[in-house]
Write a protein that binds this ligand. Structure first.
Ligand SMILES: [Zn+2]
Length: 279
């Protein structure tokens, strides 16, 4: 948390409020928050915000100055937030970067993250491309169905860890993996090599549906996520299994949601999501 839908909500808000604005100051509170490119920080002064993109659970701000493009990439995975000036956090000491703008609908964008080390990077275009190639697999919202099917068919192992493997499919974390698998009626530990093509197609459709619906709802506010303008995401109220251990299955099958202790918590219904060998 945040995962893809939350990062997408963040990127859209920044785009709506700050695209075309000029960055007058970028104040980095602690040098160790910047993983790469700190020496290029002075370049950004006076640059215009030209582009805002989401990659996986990260948000990339593209700046233009004198015909050149450079980027600031903020990782949101687990605990990061990007906040406008008026949005307060309970722990303001974790605001590590402040970007002051003129000419936009907001005057400031702050990067908040209680985990301190290396969560922001400054890149030129080649650096950004290399970072993307290294860090992010296909995007679940834009990957074509055939490519997704081929991708899964080329893999082996358990299904849920694969859905969350950022270098294969970028942006899905524990919350959305659980919600997608329940709706697709797939056990988290299903062996990927045993999935039929038609089953992977159902998984693909379900993945897109869940993520799109979550974006429309402003994401899920779990563990203090909120959007740059302070809006709380509403998708949590639509969670069917995440955090619902011991509650009756929403499919009315009569069983309760169980929790598997694997590398991350998996919530599933033992009737609706059987761990059969193939299908
Ligand atoms: Zn059930």
């Amino acid at each position: 948390m945040p995962e893809l839908p939350e990062a997408e909500v963040v990127a859209r808000q920044i785009r709506n409020h700050l695209l075309g604005a000029q960055l007058n100051e970028c104040l980095v509170g602690r040098a160790d928050i910047v993983r790469e490119g700190l020496s290029t920080l002075p370049w950004y002064q006076g640059a215009l915000l030209d582009d805002v993109e989401r990659y996986g659970k990260s948000v990339a701000l593209g700046f233009r100055k004198a015909g050149e493009l450079r980027y600031v990439v903020a990782e949101l995975g687990m605990t990061g937030l990007l906040l406008f000036h008026a949005t307060q956090t309970r722990h303001p000491q974790h605001v590590h970067v402040r970007m002051v703008f003129t000419g936009g609908r907001e005057s400031e964008l702050r990067y908040w993250n209680p985990r301190r080390f290396g969560r922001m990077s400054l890149f030129d275009r080649a650096g950004l491309d290399a970072y993307r190639a290294r860090r992010f697999g296909v995007d679940p919202l834009t990957v074509p169905r055939e490519e997704f099917i081929g991708l899964l068919q080329a893999r082996r192992g358990r299904l849920k860890p694969l859905l969350m493997h950022q270098q294969v499919i970028a942006g899905i974390g524990n919350i959305y993996a659980n919600e997608i698998l329940f709706r697709a009626r797939l056990h988290p530990n299903r062996e990927v090599t045993k999935l039929r093509e038609s089953t992977i197609a159902v998984l693909y459709d379900t993945m897109q549906l869940v993520l799109q619906e979550a974006i429309v709802c402003g994401g899920s506010s779990v563990k203090d996520f909120f959007a740059p303008d302070g809006t709380v995401g509403q998708y949590k109220s639509r969670h069917l299994v995440y955090g619902k251990e011991g509650q009756l299955c929403p499919n009315r099958c009569g069983r309760v949601i169980r929790r598997l202790q694997s590398e991350r918590s998996s919530f599933f219904c033992p009737v609706c999501q059987t761990n059969r060998l193939s299908g």
